[in-house]
Ligand binder design. Structure first.
Ligand code: COI
Length: 354
């Protein structure tokens, strides 16, 4: 991986806001660090990135991001170990996926030395914001928007790539109950479901609002054509445990290729937990819930880590999942986070020192 930092112009914040942050009581994604990285694309080339104080910026009201949603992002985390070293988890995966998303949205690819090299330079300035201790992390949000002006419906010729950082603890603050989608869809074949495009998230807001009104935190999306196959939960990929086997849907044009998802599949295999990657039918999960063989459902994502789902609703009926101390979710979360926080040997070579 060529992460040679390009020449980055750095302007330091005169005052840090770190002293005013209550790191014990963080709401996900509300607090940002002192600096951000920005890099402009114009005249067919990426310009030199800059690191500067976190601040709002101006773009033309006709910029394509506002009108046509040309916007993509990534979610990553940095962790601090006992020796004060800062680590990234599989950053190459996020980098590759970001550029796949860029290609799908007709945006320019971001070079590695800007994405990874720039991220490392930014993290080096913000090391104090990465707190030690399991559960603490610095959430990393790289994103790209179309800044070119003009409301003609065509790809922009100007873009802005940015990285902002937010200290984080958990994404969900309480229990997570889900509804299985019967009408709305997150994505369709041939669409942008596999890209981490902003529009994939805004499209979920209305159906998720309806689910929230009924007391559910998330929706498990089903395939748009038949609504018979379980796909992902929008903020997380999903795993189902029937008896002692885990099942998860294969990635597709409709499903995000989650980094936590693929890590769990590899980790489970190492721990001799059987995992089957194959279409998961709504009917089999309902039948397993009814006959008592459905032991767990959990979501997996960078922000959410591994989050148990305590029950689901389908066709107006609520199915409560059994409560147990001894879950695959807990075991896999422990093993995964031990690797991320450098508390266990990283036999996979997933962690990258900043
Ligand atoms: C992540 O897990 O990093 C995501 O991008 C999901 C987002 C909705 C917070």
């Amino acid at each position: 991986m060529d992460t040679t930092p390009t020449l980055i112009n750095i302007t330091r914040a005169t005052v840090s806001k770190i002293g005013s942050v209550d790191f014990e009581n963080l709401t996900f994604g509300n607090v940002f660090t002192d600096h951000m990285l920005a890099c402009e694309y114009s005249n067919g080339a990426w310009q030199a990135p800059v690191i500067k104080p976190y601040e709002p910026f101006m773009i033309d009201p006709s910029a394509k991001v506002f009108h046509y949603g040309q916007a993509i992002f990534e979610g990553m985390k940095a962790y601090k170990d006992e020796h004060d070293d800062v680590w990234l988890f599989r950053p190459d995966e996020n980098y590759d996926r970001f550029n796949k998303s860029a290609a799908r949205l007709a945006m320019p690819e971001v070079p590695e030395n800007i994405f990874i090299g720039g991220l490392k330079a930014l993290l080096n300035i913000e090391r104090e914001w990465v707190k030690k201790g399991k559960g603490n992390s610095l959430y990393i949000r790289p994103f790209m928007i179309a800044t070119g002006s003009g409301v003609i419906a065509a790809p922009s010729t100007q873009y802005r790539f940015m990285i902002i950082l937010s200290p984080a603890r958990s994404y969900y603050s309480g229990e997570v109950k889900v509804i299985i989608a019967e009408h709305y869809s997150r994505a369709a074949n041939g669409g942008i479901g596999a890209a981490k495009a902003a529009g994939n998230y805004s499209a979920q807001f209305y159906p998720t609002k309806l689910a929230n009104e009924q007391g559910f935190q998330q929706i498990i999306w089903t395939d748009d054509a038949t609504h018979t196959r379980l796909e992902e939960a929008g903020t997380m990929n999903v795993f189902f445990r029937i008896n002692d086997t885990l099942y998860t849907a294969p990635t597709s044009e409709r499903i995000l290729d989650g980094v936590t998802r693929k890590s769990i599949i590899e980790l489970a295999a190492r721990e001799n937990i059987p995992v089957e990657v194959r279409p998961v039918l709504v009917s089999e999960i309902v039948a397993a819930a009814e006959n008592g063989t459905l032991k767990e459902i959990f979501g997996a994502g960078t922000a959410a880590v591994i989050n148990p789902i305590c029950g689901f609703s389908y066709k107006g009926k609520y199915y409560e999942l059994p409560v147990s101390e001894d879950t695959f979710a807990a075991e896999l979360k422990e093993k995964l986070t031990n690797i991320q926080y450098k508390l266990a040997e990283d036999t996979f070579g997933w962690t990258v020192k900043v």
